[in-house]
Design a protein around this ligand. Sequence first.
Ligand code: NAD
Length: 291
Amino acid sequence: MEKRIDGHTKLYALIGSPVGHSGSPAMYNYSFEKLGINSAYLAFDVPLEKTKEALDAFRAFHAGGFNVTMPCKTAVAQLVDRLSPAAELVGACNTVVIEKDGTMTGHMTDGTGFVRNLLEHGVDIKGKKIVLLGTGGAATAIAVQAALDGAAEIAIFNRKDEFYANGEKTVEKIRKAVPSIKKVWIEDLDNEEVLTRVIGESDILVNATRAGMSPLENVMPVPEKVLRPDLAVADVVYNPKETLLVRKAKEAGCKAAVGGSGMLLWQGVAAFELFTGQEMPVEEVKEKFFQ
Ligand code: NAD
């Protein structure tokens, strides 16, 4: 590292709170070093109320860009100069590229990371019927990207909790921005009869709720009976590495049973490319940080 950093080193960073657990600095710095890019990546613990100050600092330091995690994703989308179509629709961004003149463009790579990870597991969402569980941050990014990338139908299910209204908004936004989609709608996750029927008619089931993540690691977001061999199942939860849903999907012989860590990897790969114009050394990064 000391050999790499000099008076020209470009700064990249992660902001949000907490950030101490993040694997991003290791993944990006390894990739910079491997590709001989004179840049360094740090994580800064930034609470929501300090978001604007952080952006001003990045401009003042001529940083190359930054990633954003909770709770700053929505605030950053409101503070940058431009948004990508996906970030605009989601209303949040996780990656910001800073031009030489200080112009900031916000992107949302969670959705592209999810889609790319599915593709890596042999599942193409184009023309497919998708059941998406969840209406929070991850689910919204996935719904928007799936619609932009040509999914035929998206049925969103969520509990009638404080996130439900966000799902209703997402449905409206997608209908307006992507009129080519055949059908996008939302239903109560507790309506087991409709949930079971619709999963039975769908190609892909995605869990983008917190079910499966500690302390909900023993919670199955859907009844086990819906899992069948011609259904592809994907979870966004990456801790634990294999959620109860992914394990049950494997046991049921589902044609794909995909965990959330690949989405984490591929959203980082997409951000790295936006930052540097180069492809991250994915295989090495996967082996080193995602085993
Ligand atoms: P969020 O707080 O924005 O949304 C939480 C969602 O979970 C809501 O839809 C809520 O209704 C639902 N929910 C909460 N408890 C539930 C329960 N008991 N049963 C059913 N639904 C329940 O969260 P988020 O930021 O969207 O994160 C959701 C999950 O996705 C987390 O586990 C997070 O770690 C993971 N995530 C993964 C990636 C990745 O790259 N793999 C990226 C972002 C988030």
